[in-house]
Ligand binder design. Structure first.
Ligand SMILES: [Zn+2]
Length: 392
């Protein structure tokens, strides 16, 4: 892993609009990498503490990574709402405030972290599990109960050397908006992900990774207090991050050891029309030079992995939880993982019937590529599942 906390601090971004100045930090921002190898297959899973990490940045890191095919590198953003702007959000005048030097430095740190993980590859056993995380962690801000409580865990355990029998790394996959602190408090922070990493490591889980899930519209951290109040501080990030870490370690503890798990990785490029005027404006005016695949079209990498009994599918944005449930149900495994905001983060992804339906969905519809985004994703995801082997 690498620390990517900017020094001096930078303004933080929680979405479209001008980033807000930060004057202090709660915790550090990280890039974290986990590399798997078996036979001729090598795969990297990378997470970065940021709101979203466009492929224009991810591809620069991919080009600097030696020994892993670019299409076998999955890069996911945690979606913390208290990190520097990586989109280069333009204002109405087309001006933006992204720090390109900082972003280039992050690109290098990410490549360095993966290259180091490759160098440190060692024999390991795997444990994978999916189970319900209990306690006050997430809820749906639009409709309390409409969220997915399942937490997926992948843990690698060393079989030789000084760490024999101990965990090398623990990956946690869970759908939640890390926005306890948010972008309006002058604080730069990994939000609840920071305390989650620390807790996993303190309890012997090795390097911790966090990959988000289908957390769109609007699965968020359950920081509710009485009388419609919310806890919005670092203490609350700790409470939620540590509870999720404890639940992840509890769920994986009883999982059987997989001594000879298979490793499979496939990908395809999928294309979305950009119907939204706002999204067109952002994509075209951002200084990070997003590559369009045609007139008002974007394409992105969709990945499917089998790691032992677990199957993982990537999502290039913020899929609503109903899409998440549906895709997980169709995956060829009893342990489905969805890596949200991975390889790209194109805003919210709704089904066509949800698009501009409830008034509640105005915001998520406006900040989506268009009516067909969710439909195209579902169609392509099902095809990729169909064309791939099932998990062990
Ligand atoms: Zn979001």
């Amino acid at each position: 892993m690498r620390v990517i906390t900017p020094n001096p601090l930078l303004p933080v971004s929680g979405g479209i609009g001008t980033p807000k100045p930060s004057t202090q930090k709660n915790g550090d921002l990280f890039v974290r990498a986990l590399v798997f190898e078996k036979g001729g297959v090598r795969v990297a899973i990378v997470n970065v503490d940021n709101l979203g990490w466009p492929a224009a940045l991810g591809n620069k890191s991919r080009a600097l990574i030696k020994g892993i095919a670019p299409e076998n590198i999955l890069i996911g953003a945690t979606h913390t709402h208290s990190g520097p702007d990586a989109y280069g959000f333009p204002n109405e005048k087309g001006e933006n405030f992204a720090d390109l030097k900082y972003l280039d430095w992050c690109v290098q740190q990410m490549a360095d972290a993966v290259n180091e993980a490759i160098k440190n590859l060692e024999p390991a056993l795997l444990k994978t599990a999916v189970g319900e995380a209990k306690g006050k962690i997430a809820y749906n801000y639009y409709a309390d109960q409409l969220y997915d409580p399942r937490c997926g865990i992948i843990q690698a355990i060393a079989t030789s050397g000084q760490k024999k029998g101990k965990a090398i790394a623990t990956l946690v996959n869970y759908a939640i908006h890390p926005e306890v602190i948010g972008s309006g408090r002058g604080i730069l922070s990994p939000d609840l992900c920071g305390p989650l990493y620390d807790r996993i490591e303190a309890k012997g889980g090795g390097t911790a990774l966090f990959m988000n899930g289908a957390q769109g519209g609007m699965v968020t951290a359950d920081n509710r207090r009485e009388n419609k109040e919310e806890a919005n501080n670092w203490e609350e990030c700790k409470r939620i991050g540590e509870l999720l870490a404890d639940e992840a370690l509890r769920i994986v503890a009883s999982a059987p050891v997989q001594e000879n798990p298979s490793l499979f990785c496939t990908s395809r490029q999928i294309e979305f029309p950009v119907d939204s005027e706002i999204m067109r404006f952002i994509l075209k005016n951002s200084p990070i030079k997003n590559k369009m695949s045609g007139e008002n079209k974007v394409s992105t990498q969709l990945n499917l992995l089998n790691i032992g009994t677990a199957q993982i599918l990537s999502v290039p944005g913020e899929a609503l939880p109903n899409i998440g449930f549906y895709i997980k149900r169709k995956m060829n495994t009893k342990q489905p993982f969805l890596f949200g905001l991975t390889n790209d983060a194109f805003g919210y992804m709704l089904t066509k019937v949800d698009f501009t339906s409830f008034k509640r969905y105005d915001y998520v519809s406006r900040t989506s590529l268009g009516e067909m985004t969710g439909e195209i994703y579902i169609d392509q995801a099902l095809k990729l599942i169909e064309a791939s082997p099932k998990a062990d």
